[in-house]
Design a protein around this ligand. Structure first.
Ligand code: GTP
Ligand code: SPV
Ligand code: MN
Length: 576
């Protein structure tokens, strides 16, 4: 550990080295330093106690998938859906960029845990960074400092993460993963998933690679608990692509009509899951905070997120008022008059430009969440009864269906499609295949990743049931056919009841489905049974096109595609 820090310091030549201990005093000192340097702006302490505001560089506002690399010995191992680079060449290039890169800056060493202390699933990471914003964000998003040193002990294994902002130049921006060295290097960015190296880099890309070899799963999934009025507790995990509703679903407030039902949060973005001794799948949330999408978050859509971000939160690229309050599109109430947009320029109500960047974010500690699940730090994890896949689809995909079995469910996940969002640099709105919401996050060949999913079935006596949902289907007039948010409880209840074998379902070409009468819509304002029927309808012609679109991914992966999935496709076609 010390030797590695010495090596990095010799290369990057910082002015100082700061070893983080995670204490309150350290937080105070680093925050003061960040404020003095203009990196953080303190918010109004009455309205947002302990909260700070940050603007990123305008060229650095989302994950950059085309600059993200998996550096394995062979390109075959990274597979056709990842950018591959030769590790030796990538190290050479990055060492060139990092040479003297921290001159005049402080090098911070952040030890952190992904997962609760004492869990066999937990991993230890160490991130070296020259960004104080990263240190303070990592402090919210993970368990940093002494707790991680303790876990590391004198002979523990850790993931090496090296980050330098350089000059935030998109031309020298690299997010390079070296799974064979358990290491990641990130340059020229200071934004979220590119630089909080515990999150997508360790907890998904490197962890998925480890999970394949060790018989467990690292997935882009929220984990929630549902408690019924009789006290029955069920845990489910759900994979939706970036900015498609994980944070919202993970902390949903059940509607008035669902008295006595309670949803509690284990995690909102990442699940690590391993078979338990009883043959069920057990999940932990490796994170300790929420890096959530701000736009669209309000007291109606996600009250628990609003309460989570009410204190000790860092906001990035939202809009700011002169009195030190934050605002974003879709926040409660009218936009304040004296708003500065995410660039810091005065914003006039009615302007075509957004005040907050569509991918603006809050980093909030999970302990602020009023519905945090009591088992969130249980080292064993929680048993998962259902896995839910879902994308953002204006057409074709019905509100909900259940896969016939695990292999069919794997096919449903593998062929998932979703409209692209602002979470990644790229073309917003076009449908792309995003298998298991892992297209940008699988650390190895996607075909082998599907094989791993199929293999997991053999390790589970009692596997979770698999479902697919779509909250985003629209009518011909462009209106959402489902109210979404808290009302998703109604679909969640059907899913839980299916897991317990309590409700019937209809066999359809897609899987098992509810009829409109099986989903209770009592009390949804301005909602009708006709809309629900349309949300649940199967458009056979649309599905024929869908099957053709799925081919695009299958063709790309054909060499490594498990044949089970090809047969599933044939079965779907014959059912259609
Ligand atoms: P990442 O953090 O990028 O992984 O995103 P996420 O999957 O956690 O998505 P999030 O819950 O932050 O939601 C993203 C956007 O979708 C927000 O603007 C939400 O308001 C919106 N959204 C979430 N749930 C629903 C829903 O049920 N219906 C509709 N129409 N919109 C939703
Ligand atoms: C996502 O894009 O899926 C996120 C945000 O959760 S980031 O951390 O930037 O990857
Ligand atoms: Mn995510």
């Amino acid at each position: 550990m010390r030797k590695w820090v010495e090596e990095v310091a010799a290369l990057c030549r910082p002015a100082n080295i700061h070893w983080c201990n995670g204490s309150e005093e350290e937080k105070k000192a680093l925050t003061e330093l960040a404020v003095a340097a203009g990196i953080l702006i303190p918010l109004n302490p009455d309205k947002h106690p302990g909260c700070y505001y940050h603007r990123s560089h305008a060229n650095d506002v989302a994950r950059v998938e085309e600059r993200t690399f998996i550096c394995t010995k062979t390109a075959q191992e990274a597979g056709p859906t990842n950018n591959w680079a030769n590790p030796t060449e990538m190290y050479q290039k990055l060492n060139g960029l990092l040479n003297g890169a921290m001159a005049g800056r402080t090098l911070y060493v952040i030890p952190y845990l992904m997962g609760p202390p004492g869990s066999p699933l937990t991993k230890i990471g160490v991130e070296i960074t020259d960004s104080v914003y990263v240190v303070l964000s990592m402090r919210i998003m993970t368990r940093i400092g002494k707790v991680a040193w303790n876990e590391l002990g004198s002979n523990g294994v850790f993931t090496k993460g090296l980050h330098s902002m350089l000059d935030i130049n998109p031309e020298t921006r690299y997010i390079a993963h070296f799974p064979q060295d358990n290491a990641v290097i990130s340059t020229s960015s200071n934004y979220g998933g590119n630089v909080l190296l515990g999150k997508k880099c360790l907890a998904l890309r490197l962890a998925s690679y480890l999970g394949r070899d060790e018989g467990w799963m690292a997935e882009h999934m929220l984990i929630l608990g549902v408690e019924s009025p009789t006290g029955e507790k069920t845990y489910v995990a759900a994979a939706f692509p970036s900015a498609c509703g994980k944070t919202n679903f993970a902390m949903l407030t059940p509607p008035e009509h669902y008295k006595g039902w309670k949803v509690t949060t284990i995690g909102d973005d990442i699940a690590w899951m391993r078979p338990g001794p009883d043959g069920r799948l057990y999940a932990i949330n490796p994170e300790a905070g929420y890096f959530g999408v701000a736009p669209g978050t309000n007291c109606k859509t996600n009250l628990n997120a609003m309460l989570s971000l009410s204190r000790d939160t860092i906001f990035t690229n939202v809009a700011l008022t002169k009195s030190g309050e934050v605002w974003w599109e879709g926040k409660d109430g009218e936009p304040p008059a004296d708003l500065l947009d995410w660039h810091g320029k005065p914003w006039i109500a009615g302007s075509k430009e957004k005040a907050a960047h569509p991918n603006s974010r809050f980093a909030a500690p999970m302990k602020n969440n009023p519905v945090l699940d009591s088992e969130v730090s249980n080292p064993t994890g929680v048993p998962i009864s259902a896995i839910i896949f879902g994308g953002r689809r204006a057409t074709t995909m019905p509100l909900v269906f259940q896969a016939f079995n695990w292999v069919h469910g794997t096919y449903v996940g593998a062929t998932m499609g979703s409209e692209m969002t602002a979470a990644a640099a790229g073309k917003v709105g076009t449908v792309r295949r995003d298998p298991m919401a892992m297209l940008p996050f699988a650390g190895y060949n996607m075909g082998d990743y599907f094989t791993h999913w199929l293999r997991m079935r053999k390790l589970l006596k009692n596997p979770p049931k698999i479902f697919h949902v779509n909250w985003f289907r629209k009518s011909a007039e462009g209106e959402f056919l489902w109210p979404g948010y808290g009302e998703n409880m109604r679909v969640l209840k059907w899913i839980v009841d299916r897991c317990k074998g309590r409700v019937p379902a209809t066999e359809t070409p897609l899987g098992w489905m509810p009829e409109a009468k099986d989903i209770d819509i009592t009390g949804i304002p301005n909602y009708t049974k006709e809309k629900l029927e349309e949300a649940l309808s199967i458009d056979i012609e649309g599905w024929k096109t869908e099957v053709m679109l799925q081919d695009e991914l299958f063709m790309k992966l054909y060499a490594d595609l498990p044949k089970e999935l090809v047969y599933q496709r044939e079965l779907l076609i014959s059912r259609l």
